[in-house]
Design a protein around this ligand. Sequence first.
Ligand SMILES: Nc1ncnc2c1ncn2[C@@H]1O[C@H](COP(=O)(O)OP(=O)(O)OP(=O)(O)O)[C@@H](O)[C@H]1O
Length: 282
Amino acid sequence: MIELNRVIKCYGQKNVVNDISFSIPEGELFGFLGPNGAGKSTTIRMITGLLKPTSGSIIVNGHDVIANKKSICEDIGVVFELQNLYLRSSIEENLKLFAALYRVNDKQVNQVMEELQLTERRKMAVKKLSKGWKQRVLIARALLHQPKILFLDEPTSGLDPNTAILIRNHIKRVNEKGTTVVLTTHDMYEADEMSNRVGIMNEGRLVAIDTPERLKQQHGKNEIFVEYKDNGNINKKNLPFGTNETNQFIAQLIKEGRVVNIHTMESSFSTVFAELTGRKLN
Ligand SMILES: Nc1ncnc2c1ncn2[C@@H]1O[C@H](COP(=O)(O)OP(=O)(O)OP(=O)(O)O)[C@@H](O)[C@H]1O
């Protein structure tokens, strides 16, 4: 369980995280979204004890992170961008070094390597690996000590679709076994598909927190897509669902026998994001 209460972080005069309160229950897969500079990384760094808030309280699994940041080390695993691996060492050496710090046995190291499909290249130096392999090593390293909470910052950014699927599936499996997951992402499909709930930040504030389905119902806009004959050409239009203008326009097309194709389109999560933050991503 993660609980933030009235958390503020300011740099100079600017509140980059501006009085946010929310909680993440045990076992949830929580998607954390927001445009660049919204304050997501700052918030995650505060939750994981890497950064001290200006004010407010943060409790992780019953521990006050601000009073004692070391208290949560054993409970959390983190996969952040620009994390260091020992490039000249092999996958296995990197993992065993970390395993020793957490008193994790070889059996667990082998199992995690197997689960992330790393075994085949276990002896290969990390510097020779592609970005996707390195990312899997980072995830393996974060999971070695079987943390109760896993924090991932853009885990599939810049990876090929197959590696992204492998990583998403693994994150889902880890979550199904009981690990709470906090996933920061700019990928709206990933957020929608994976999260039990999402929190959306904008300009330091938490502007929404709910299930993707409810956010789509509340903030999305269903549309009707219609293709129709128009003076010898085929025209296409997206129209708002259920308005009088749309109904009249379509009724007229049907009457004149001009409809070529028509279907409704469920609002996408990108629409929700744009509506709540005023900006578009992906
Ligand atoms: N050490 C710092 N000193 C001053 N300002 C900072 C510092 N760290 C972050 N900021 C500012 O805080 C704001 C929030 O940054 P943060 O990295 O938390 O955003 P983000 O939502 O994670 O963005 P991104 O999606 O680009 O990673 C930004 O305006 C950033 O410039």
